[in-house]
Design a binder for this molecule. Structure first.
Ligand code: AHR
Ligand code: AHR
Length: 481
């Protein structure tokens, strides 16, 4: 059985079921999600390998070979047609030119389920999905349940990495107009014990970890790599339950009455569905979503416990975040451009600006050092890499405002993540391409001899699709110094 078969048996059927990693009904064999590639903008549906099975990641890899791909649709498996697509502008605008949010890169969150490769939805700040015309979702004070499997190590304090029920207008229409899973370390509203991140409920104008609007000490900080979140709400009752998605059972972090603050009892749920954003299209949060559902009715703890057992049996596990030429931590490397007309240029820096410069064996020692980088374990994710300046130890290549800079590490989580890159086989078929860990649609790219993290055909001048594959492909060799 799949999670939605279990919810059906419990009398609280799924009315939305979203996953890029697997079928959530034992009989489901239709499309899980759709990807669109950068080379020709065509799309492809990705289905399970077999009914009830894991997604056919190999079909995505073949379709996306030597180009970029984004996730355009996360299909609803429930039959209600509650698909998730690119979120429109609302109270806040997304980063795309028309105010829409970004789409997720298709390869930012690789995992295995029972040893079979699949991809999750890696939400960077700016990324969001939504359905404002969902059917069958809870409205008003009606009861609903939901769960989501998330990456418990990918979060920030922005508002708001959510999955669940929100406003149909994409604007903040008041307290109690949302009921969604939230994950992160935002402390503007409620919070739990320790320094976070926490699983809370986004009920609009408030993230709640219990009945108080601030601290609820029974809500724990989370460090599970794979994290099951289960939220449910009905007439003057709601509950937050969570646990390690890779083993064991759920714990109840809160179960009780609605918050005492005004506007949350009764609730005024509107029934849209969001992923990765707040109810008003707040877009500054990050996180990773693997699977989740919403139900009609208030699921029993026993039903949720069976769903957790099903998730554990799916055996989520990590897999490599890199491909192509292997890098060795501690080595000094050079990175040479491969675009025709630029092939004598190497990634170097002038002060904090990262650029390309012509470097040869007869260049000055200073220039050779400017064009040499020490490979370090990724500061923000140890499965990827960081690049320390040879002539300025303690300074690393990091992105800021999507430009690459050489900055001294300030030790913050943001710096570490900005300075983490995951090498892949070169998109052009030559060399290596360096993908930003925190923005998987973005790659080291030279544009007018200056370095950016660029997306293929995005809104910035440096995102130009012209010559993209060549501009993001680099030959990595031993450093000059
Ligand atoms: O409740 C927290 C956030 O507040 C909501 O997600 C958003 O709509 C509002 O800004
Ligand atoms: O480069 C994109 C973002 O810009 C970085 O994550 C952040 O440091 C800056 O706001």
């Amino acid at each position: 059985a799949g999670p939605c078969d279990i919810y059906s048996s419990g009398g609280t059927p799924c009315i939305a079921a979203h996953s890029t990693t697997r079928a959530l009904y034992s009989s489901y064999s239709s499309a899980l999600y759709q990807v669109q590639r950068g080379s020709d903008s065509t799309t492809k549906d990705i289905s399970p390998l077999s009914a009830g099975g894991v997604a056919n990641a190999a079909a995505q890899d073949t379709f996306c070979a030597n180009t970029t791909c984004v996730i355009t649709i996360i299909y609803d498996q429930s039959g209600k047609g509650n698909h998730l697509t690119q979120a429109p502008p609302g109270g806040f605008q997304g980063p795309e030119s028309d105010g829409y949010d970004n789409l997720a890169g298709a390869i930012g969150a690789p995992v295995t389920l029972n040893g079979q490769k699949a991809y999750g939805v890696f939400v960077s700040p700016g990324t969001g999905y939504r359905n404002n015309v969902a059917t069958g979702t809870a409205t008003g004070d009606a009861a609903e349940g939901m769960y989501a499997v998330l990456d418990g190590t990918h979060y920030n304090d922005g508002c708001c990495f959510d999955y669940g029920n929100a406003e149909t207008s994409s604007t903040d229409t008041g307290n109690g107009h949302m009921e969604a899973i939230y994950f992160g370390d935002n402390t503007a509203w409620g919070y739990g014990t320790g320094s976070g991140p926490w699983f809370m409920a986004d009920l609009e104008n408030g993230l709640f970890s219990g009945s108080s609007s601030t601290l609820n000490s029974a809500d724990p900080s989370i460090s599970y790599r794979f994290f099951t979140t289960a939220l449910k709400g009905g007439a003057n009752k709601w509950a937050l339950r969570g646990g390690n998605a890779a083993s064991g059972s759920l714990s109840t972090y809160y179960s009780g009455v609605r918050p005492t603050a005004s506007g949350y009892n009764p609730m005024s749920k509107e029934g849209a569905i969001i992923l990765g954003i707040g109810g008003d299209n707040s877009v500054s949060a990050q996180g990773t979503f693997y699977e989740g559902v919403m139900t009609s009715g208030y699921p029993s703890d026993a039903t949720e416990n069976s769903v957790q057992a099903n998730i554990v049996a799916a055996k989520y596990a990590t897999t490599s975040l890199t491909s192509g030429t292997a890098l060795t931590v501690g080595n000094s490397i050079s990175l040479r451009a491969t675009t025709t007309g630029y092939t004598t240029r190497y990634i170097a820096h002038t002060g904090s600006t990262v650029n390309t410069q012509v470097v040869t064996s007869s260049s000055t020692t200073a220039l050779k050092q400017q064009a040499s980088w020490t490979v370090r374990t990724g500061l923000g994710n140890s499965a990827c890499f960081s690049f320390e300046s040879v002539d300025t130890p303690g300074s690393y290549i990091r992105h800021s405002g999507f430009a690459l800079l050489v900055n001294a590490s300030d030790g913050t989580k943001l710096f570490n993540e900005d300075a983490t890159f995951c090498p892949q086989s070169g998109l052009s078929g030559t060399g290596s391409s360096l993908r930003s860990w925190s923005y998987p649609t973005r790659w080291f790219r030279h544009y007018e001899n200056v370095l950016y993290i660029a997306s293929n055909g995005g809104v910035h001048t440096f995102d130009s699709a012209t010559s993209f594959n060549a501009d993001v492909s680099w030959v990595i060799s031993t450093g000059f110094a």
